[in-house]
Write a protein that binds this ligand. Structure first.
Ligand SMILES: *Cc1c(COP(=O)(O)O)cnc(C)c1O
Length: 361
């Protein structure tokens, strides 16, 4: 068996230990004689898997008791609709930060349900290479909530602060950053994340919602799109994505064994610093993002000569470094270095980049 370092933005690498454990338990989970995939979601075995996963996630993020954790399907993209449907209440407007490709999509979907007030737009000159100044944003009295994307996965731009929205519920699409470091959940009304970046396999979407925001869905909201439906039923109103939930639980347990999110933050910061240093210390590589808001998780970079892109990708692949091609909207390269990317993977990429520059620079 030979595994590569996979820099995919998502679905992304999972910890090898987790995959090994899943393999060992695949045919017979703890003496039940069944695979987790074959179990009733309402049976004792799966209920214990589900509640342990939630308990571990709560512990990792120190989630307060007045927040509910929902294990849903539909991806972060469904949340683009679920957020307005659940939070608008009597209001007809919401405030949105426009800081990259994913917040643009969230805005486009919200516009189907309400007026969107764009409180900050960083597309301007640099094309999504920075975030708004912390104090420079005014929220609207008419807004039901404020939405932002703390880590723009495609552009590699990350907020170094949490916006202070006062009494307005703050909603965050944390698909590519949740669990990368400790987080003060109390600052948020709703946090959501598709699992396939930093949590587990695709098919699972984690939503953390403050209890007082439940039960306010628009009357025409589909039952499955109402947070209250899932909060009331322990995310078992219908069949949940059981195997993805189980694997996410194995990832949570792995994170705890590794020392939790403070330990992950240390490693993640070091991984990102190594890669940005390699880029910045060379004229051969370039990252356009303002250094104050560069992502720890997604690192886009270009080569001075784009004619070398294909050679770079082919030689990287030959060296066991996969999926480094940048998003089609940005071009160049992108290295996603989530929790499951070992530091050795980043070291291997940096060594490859130096060697490639030596031969082609
Ligand atoms: C990947 C991603 C999405 C889309 O997630 P799906 O689960 O595919 O719907 C949305 N927002 C961000 C920030 C992402 O990184």
């Amino acid at each position: 068996m030979s595994r590569v370092y996979n820099f995919s933005a998502g679905p992304a690498m999972l910890p090898e230990e987790v995959l090994q454990q899943a393999k060992e338990e695949l045919l017979d989970w703890q003496g039940t004689g069944m695979s987790v995939m074959e179990m009733s979601h309402r049976g004792k075995a799966f209920m214990s898997i589900a509640s342990q996963a939630e308990q571990d996630l709560r512990e990792l993020l120190d989630i307060p008791g007045d927040y509910r954790v929902l294990f849903l399907q539909g991806g972060a993209s469904s949340q683009f609709a679920m957020v307005p449907l659940n939070l608008l209440g009597e209001k007809r407007q919401a405030d949105y930060y426009r800081t990259g490709s994913w917040s643009k999509k969230a805005i486009a979907e919200a516009k189907r349900y309400c007026a969107v007030n764009v409180v900050a737009d960083t597309e301007g000159a640099g094309g999504f290479t920075t975030v708004p100044d912390e104090g420079g944003v005014t929220f609207s009295a008419e807004a039901a909530y404020v939405h932002y994307t703390p880590n723009e996965t495609i552009e590699g731009v990350e907020f170094p602060y949490i916006p202070d929205t006062g009494d307005l519920p703050l909603v965050a699409d944390m698909s590519s950053t949740l669990l990368s470091r400790p987080l003060d959940v109390r600052r948020f009304g709703v946090i959501y994340a598709g699992a396939q970046k930093n949590i587990g396999p695709a098919g699972l979407t984690v939503v953390i919602v403050r209890e007082d925001l439940l039960g306010r869905a628009q009357p025409a909201t589909p039952t499955m799109f109402d947070y209250q439906t899932h909060a009331r039923s322990g995310s078992m109103y219908n069949t949940p994505p059981t195997y993805s939930w189980y694997l996410a639980g194995l990832v949570f347990a792995w994170l705890k064994r590794r020392g939790g999110l403070a330990a992950m933050a240390e490693t993640n910061r070091r991984k990102a610093q190594k890669l940005y240093h390699a880029i910045d210390s060379s004229d051969f590589y370039h990252n356009p993002v303002d250094p104050a808001c560069r992502s720890w998780m997604n690192v886009p970079f270009t080569l001075a000569d784009p004619a070398l892109d294909e050679t770079f990708l082919a030689e990287a692949r030959a060296a066991g470094l996969e999926t480094l091609k940048g998003h089609r909207s940005v071009g160049g390269m992108r290295a996603s270095i989530y929790n499951a990317m070992p530091e050795e993977g980043v070291d291997a990429l940096v060594a490859f980049m130096r060697e490639f520059e030596r031969r082609h620079g």
